[in-house]
Design a protein around this ligand. Structure first.
Ligand code: HEM
Length: 127
C-alpha cells in the first residue's frame, strides 16, 4: 500500500520543502533569532526527518530523537501568534514551491491543513 510520503514524491519532495522552508527562516526577522544554532542545517534535517516519518516515510526521526513530543520540545521558544504566522508564511512558500505535477490539489490541501493545525498547537505564549 502506498503512503502519503510515496504519493507526493518521497524523500526528494520533503528535502525540497524543508530546504525552502529554512531558506525563508534564515531571512525572517521574527523566526531567525529563535533558532539557537548559527547553522540551520541540523534543524533543517530534524524537521525533514520528522515530516517524513509523520507522513509514512522512514522512522529515522524517532530512531535518533525518540518520541517527537513537539509541543514540549518547543517550550524553550516563545511562540505566540506572530511567531506562528511567520512560521506558516515560510511553510506556505515552501509547499508552494513544489509543482502540481508532484503535489496534486488534494495532497497539497492535506499538507497545508496539517501545518496549520500543528502550528496552532505549538503556541505557548498568549499575545
Ligand atoms: C525545532 C521554532 C512550529 C517541527 C524547532 C526549533 C525552533 C522551532 C526554534 C529549534 C531548532 C532545532 O531543531 O534546533 C518553531 C516555531 C514554530 C514551530 C517558532 C511556530 C509555530 C513547528 C511545527 C512543527 C515543528 C508546526 C511540525 C509540523 C519541529 C521539529 C523540531 C523543531 C521536528 C526539531 C525537534 C527536535 O527533535 O529537537 N522549532 N517551530 N515546528 N520544530 Fe519547530
Amino acid at each position: 500500500m502506498s503512503t502519503f510520503y510515496d504519493e507526493v514524491g518521497g524523500h526528494d519532495t520533503f528535502t525540497k520543502i524543508t530546504a525552502r522552508f529554512y531558506e525563508e527562516v534564515a531571512d525572517d526577522e521574527i523566526l531567525r533569532p529563535l533558532y539557537p544554532e548559527e547553522d540551520l542545517g541540523p534543524a533543517e534535517r530534524r524537521m525533514r526527518m520528522f515530516l517524513e516519518q509523520y507522513w509514512g516515510g522512514p522512522h529515522t526521526y524517532s530512531d535518533e530523537r525518540g518520541h517527537p513530543r513537539l509541543r514540549m520540545r518547543h517550550m524553550p521558544y516563545r511562540i505566540g501568534l506572530l511567531e506562528r504566522d511567520a512560521w506558516l508564511r515560510c511553510m506556505r512558500i515552501a509547499i508552494g514551491s513544489i509543482g502540481d505535477d508532484v503535489l496534486d490539489a488534494d495532497h497539497r490541501r492535506k499538507l497545508l491543513e496539517y501545518m496549520e493545525m500543528a502550528a496552532d498547537s505549538m503556541i505557548n505564549s498568549p499575545g
